[in-house]
Design a binder for this molecule. Structure first.
Ligand code: GLC
Length: 428
């Protein structure tokens, strides 16, 4: 088979511009809000059924991130090899990071006294990263937001009784206004990431695309920025599917068609800063999540939950540095790469990624086999030259036409500096 005739999967086209997105592959998610002070999950208001007055007396009144320096955040993301970031302009708690004209519930009115979003956008942009906004559809603070199954006051009969005076359409007006405000003020925003639609529930009506007036909202967004990438959680698929906290086992499909997708993951389980969480993933595990995603045509959006003083915690820095160390030598197997041609059989404990532009195939070795590694079948016919990606050292190989195999002898020990070794295979 000729190289040009191999089956390289391409995702279905979308309304926005995902060309940079499917090239860049790796972004930073940032969950930052008042919940950083609770330091025990961004859903704590819901989990602990905390009334707004108490939540605000504690957290709104004490939000003062004196060590906040977004330049440090942006550099940490850049040095880890991330090419875009998505920050929670507002999470479910309703607190706004920017100086919105539509609410008082915002960073400038806390003891910190300033908008925290503008300097963040500036810092990330000047470090070469694209800008995305996560914006919560849920709002546990807005006076017109009615109770649903995901509301902190879902068991509070007095609060529920007041729903008759709440008008969700006024809230939706606010949602639309703030979305437009964000997109205009920070134009061009590269990604808008809404979250999420509440399913129907026996006791309370769910909230979905009719409630949010999703169609209309999408039209307003596209009118401001036709290229913007929009996620799927307005209950209308747009540019990207967003599997959360699990790894798909094949390219994500909608009605059988492969689509643009991005897995979003945490370091430790929660999205907001969680001081006592001990379930931190290792650098090795996180890198394999990135590689696994790209090997199935997807992106990775990896989350950091900064502290109430405005810093990434040491555990996050340690992971980001580890990822950056690998990316410095290996990002060629990530950027511009996608799933390998369907005809290629991947050896055991390995993952392929493929760059269709340069026609190079990348073999990621999750374990170091003894003596040799063998490529069999169609792929063997296309091997032109092989090098170890870490140091461009030649890997000699033996092609056997009769068996359709390529054998690559390996040293007994994995070469130094080759953590998750990658073979760069030039195809012909
Ligand atoms: C969930 C959670 C949320 C988090 C998000 C990230 O929907 O509600 O806390 O922001 O996933 O994907």
């Amino acid at each position: 088979m000729r190289l040009e005739d191999l089956t390289v999967t391409k995702p279905a086209p979308t309304p926005g511009d995902t060309s940079w997105f499917t090239h860049d592959r790796f972004g930073m998610f940032i969950h930052w809000g008042l919940y950083a002070l609770g330091a025990r999950h961004e859903w704590l208001k819901n989990y602990e059924r905390i009334p707004t007055e108490i939540y605000d007396t504690k957290y709104f009144k004490h939000f003062d991130p004196d060590l906040y320096d977004p330049e440090l955040w942006a550099k940490a993301a850049r040095d880890a090899g991330m090419k875009y970031f998505v920050v929670t302009t507002k999470h479910h708690e309703g607190f706004c990071l920017w100086d919105s004209a539509y609410t008082d519930y915002k960073a400038p009115n806390t003891p910190y006294g300033r908008d925290v979003l503008t300097p963040m956008v500036d810092a990330f942009r000047s470090n070469g990263l694209r800008v995305g906004f996560y914006h919560s559809l849920l709002d546990w603070h807005h006076p017109d937001y009615t109770v649903d199954a995901c509301h902190p006051m879902r068991d509070n009969e007095d609060y529920i009784a007041m729903d008759k005076d709440r008008d969700i359409t006024r809230y939706v007006e606010y949602l639309h206004n703030q979305t437009e405000e964000l997109l205009r003020r920070y134009d061009p925003v590269d990604i808008i990431w809404f979250d999420f639609s509440v399913g129907p529930n026996a006791r309370f009506a769910g909230k979905g695309k009719e409630t949010w007036r999703s169609e209309e909202l999408l039209a307003k967004i596209r009118a401001i920025n036709p290229k913007i990438i929009i996620d799927d959680r307005l209950q209308i698929d747009q540019d990207v599917k967003t599997p959360e906290q699990y790894m798909p086992d094949e390219w994500v499909k909608v009605n059988g068609t492969p689509v643009v997708w991005e897995g979003c993951h945490t370091f430790s389980g929660s999205w907001g800063y969680y001081r006592d969480e001990q379930s931190w993933k290792s650098v090795d595990q996180l890198l394999k999540m990135l590689i696994d995603g790209v090997s199935m045509g997807g992106n990775l959006l990896l989350n950091v939950g900064p502290t109430g003083r405005g810093e990434f915690d040491e555990r996050a820095y340690e992971r980001l540095r580890g990822i950056g160390k690998w990316m410095r030598r290996y990002s060629r197997s990530i950027y511009g790469c996608t799933q390998a041609p369907a005809e290629f059989e991947c050896p055991r404990d390995c993952r392929y990624t493929y760059n269709p532009e340069t026609q190079r195939l990348y073999l990621h070795m999750y374990s170091w086999p003894f003596g040799k590694i063998r490529l069999s079948g169609e792929v063997a016919e296309h091997v032109d030259y092989i090098q170890l990606l870490s140091d461009a050292s030649e890997m000699r190989f033996h092609y056997n036409a009769e068996n359709r195999t390529v054998d690559i002898p390996l040293p007994v020990y994995k070469p130094l500096g080759a953590e998750i070794p990658v073979l760069e295979i030039y195809l012909k």
